[in-house]
Design a protein around this ligand. Structure first.
Ligand code: RUQ
Ligand code: CUA
Length: 630
């Protein structure tokens, strides 16, 4: 009873009436023959329960669509995930650096070609998903993502939501911070090489002389996905972002000491932000003022201290996140080991590069926010939201008031601090890294969930929390358990993304497979045919629910078999699969796709293949035999 007194009045009332409702139905059941529940009774009960569960701004009812796409990195699971916002429902997983059993990513010939020189690697550590932009706005074309584990960058085509390019960045180890050029369009993807290594890392020169170690900033052509150029810096690099003028990129640097032990890495009170001057870098490349290393031809510019290509702005201490305000005015460097963030005026960078002012003159505010500031996000009303890792809070603060306070005025720039659960790393606002920042939603990606969910063993879920920021106060509206480890996310309005419903015939994704078929005299959209080429056998098959175009084919023990399946169904969502039992072979074949997979027929006898994506009432019957002659 005393507990119930603590309930807010409104809730208590609801509780009371619900109790009465159940009491009545109990009476009904006891006295008379129990009448079956009618549909209206169910509906009204469901409604009462929804009210009880606290429908809020984040509630998306069954059958309703979300307003935003969320692109989530999958951390060391190596993938990218698509969530609906605000429901936080997981809609899709896009395998990128990982190997995926359901879709055959990493197993199919198409995915191996895209993975290229890293096709043999099965793992990755994806951190920062960012969408291509035109004029500072999401353009729905690509999402780029880094792999810290294997120094790669990949691109996802948003029309089909598949990875279509992957690049191992040379001369560096551990690609970490990644963003895109925002203006005039995403010509370049920018990313940081985090770990410092000798420039010619061939094990021949001394590896003991740490003073020869370098870290590189990487500028990648977004269309060709080749490295345009790299810039050598002092210190190592962490996170990065671009301005809204198409002129400057900035990266945080921790370990300006260039130490190799923890103690050495955090010894100085200040590290720095490196600003890269894009027009000057492009001019230097044109003028041939670069060197190459490690036997590749990627041009490397020298942007160490004193170079005209870069500026070093000292900031306290081991800064981490670097975030551009959506009005294009500021770079914000998040202190991590300092309770402050540093606000750098982008407007002052021209003067800095012309040597008219000193590096620290570009700092216009240094608000103290709390312990462990890691990343900052923005709304469209001049507020910033900074994660405090150690405090387990989000600090909401006014950028302009922080500037006033830095200039000596007595103002309180902190608007609110909200507890989150627990230890947030990244946060992101709806469209907050673009000109379309709309100040509706904030996601806090919490690294620990502790007591928020049922315990599931020593390894726990993380907790992605959704916060309504549309009003004056931040309101926590949803707890979302997630598997290792959504590092970062972006929130894109659904009007920006237009995915295809079917594959288009002859899509470049399958170009090489279709070309191979043509060379074999096969039209993949019509033919079912086996082509033998020495010990190699190519099996071309169509599929329409619920059958494969071929119910048997014959090979010899030890043959290398390539199965090519084209799904002729034109029906949305009717995906077939191909699985050869006992051979470690399976893949997705979505409508109008042509997918292929190669394996050795190393078991004699009858080997069944089947469709492993549920497609039809007769899905179980969708199978055939590979007859392997000993
Ligand atoms: S970093 S928790 Cu890989 Cu984005 Cu900051
Ligand atoms: Cu086709 Cu299941």
């Amino acid at each position: 009873m005393s507990d119930r007194k603590k309930l807010p009045e409104q809730k208590q009332l609801k509780d009371e009436s619900r109790r009465k409702f159940f009491a009545k139905s109990a009476l009904l059941g006891a006295g008379v023959v129990a009448a079956p529940m009618s549909a209206t009774m169910f509906a009204s009960m469901a409604k009462a329960q929804a009210a009880e569960a606290g429908s809020n701004s984040a509630t998306v009812h069954p059958g309703e669509l979300d307003e935003y796409y969320g692109f989530w990195s999958g951390g060391h699971s190596g993938e990218v995930r698509i969530l609906g916002i605000p429901s936080m429902r997981e809609l899709m997983r896009i395998p990128v650096f990982n190997t995926d059993s359901a879709t055959g990513w990493g197993l199919t010939n198409e995915s191996k070609r895209i993975k290229g020189d890293s096709a043999h690697l099965q793992c990755g550590d994806s951190h920062h998903p960012h969408m291509s932009m035109t004029d500072g706005r999401y353009d729905g074309k690509y999402v780029f993502i880094n792999d810290k584990a294997n120094s790669r960058v990949a691109r996802i085509r948003c029309d089909v939501m598949k990875t279509d390019k992957m690049l191992t960045v040379p001369n560096v180890q551990a690609i970490h911070g990644l963003r895109v050029q925002k203006v005039p369009y995403t010509k370049y993807v920018i990313c940081n090489g985090e770990f410092e290594i000798p420039m010619n890392n061939d094990g021949k020169a001394s590896m003991d002389d740490i003073s020869t170690y370098r870290s590189l900033f990487n500028v990648i052509n977004a269309e060709t996905m080749e490295v345009a150029f790299q810039v050598m810096v002092d210190g190592n690099l962490d996170n990065t972002d671009a301005d809204f003028d198409g002129k400057y990129f900035a990266s945080t640097c921790y370990n300006s000491e260039m130490g190799v032990t923890l103690g050495d890495m955090i010894s100085s009170e200040r590290d720095h932000v490196v600003v890269f001057n894009l027009p000057r870098c492009e001019a230097a490349i044109k003028a041939g003022k670069f060197k190459t290393y490690n036997g590749n031809n990627v041009p490397v510019l020298d942007g160490r201290k004193g170079s005209a290509l870069t500026a070093y702005i000292p900031v306290p201490k081991s800064p981490h996140g670097l975030n551009t305000s959506p009005n294009g005015d500021y770079f914000v460097a998040n202190g991590k080991l300092s309770p402050t963030v540093s606000v750098i005026s982008i407007k002052k960078l021209d003067d800095l590069f012309d040597n008219k002012i000193k590096p620290r003159d570009t700092i216009v505010a240094e608000p103290e926010l709390g312990l462990g500031p890691l990343h900052t996000a923005f709304d469209n009303r001049g507020n910033a939201y900074t994660t405090l890792f150690i405090d387990s809070q989000i600090a909401k603060w006014s950028v302009e008031d922080a500037i006033k306070a830095y200039n000596g005025e007595k103002v309180n720039y902190i608007r609110q601090k909200l507890d989150v659960h627990y230890q947030p790393g990244h946060n992101h606002t709806s469209q907050g890294e673009t000109r379309d920042a709309d100040g509706k939603w904030l996601i806090a990606l919490c690294k620990f969930s502790k007591d928020r969910f049922l315990p599931v063993g020593p390894l726990r879920a993380e907790n992605d929390q959704l916060i309504d920021i549309s009003g004056d106060e931040m309101k926590l509206v949803h707890d979302g358990p997630t598997f290792a480890e959504p590092h970062d996310c972006i929130i894109v309005h659904r009007s920006k993304v237009k995915p295809n419903k079917l594959w288009e015939r002859n899509d470049p994704f399958f170009a090489e497979t279709i070309a191979m078929a043509k060379a074999d005299g096969v039209n993949v959209y019509a033919d079912n045919k086996v082509v033998r080429d020495g010990k190699k056998v190519r099996v071309y098959m169509t599929s329409i629910a619920p059958s494969f175009g071929m119910t048997e084919f014959r090979v010899k023990l030890g043959d290398e078999v390539t199965v090519v399946i084209t799904n002729l169904d034109q029906v949305e969502d009717v995906t077939h699969g191909f699985c050869m039992t006992n051979h470690g072979v399976q893949m997705e074949v979505a409508p109008q796709a042509t997918a292929s997979i190669t394996f050795i027929a190393d078991k004699p006898g009858v080997q069944w293949y089947y469709c492993n994506w549920f497609c039809h009432a007769l899905h179980m019957e969708m199978r055939g035999r590979m007859l392997v002659e000993a």
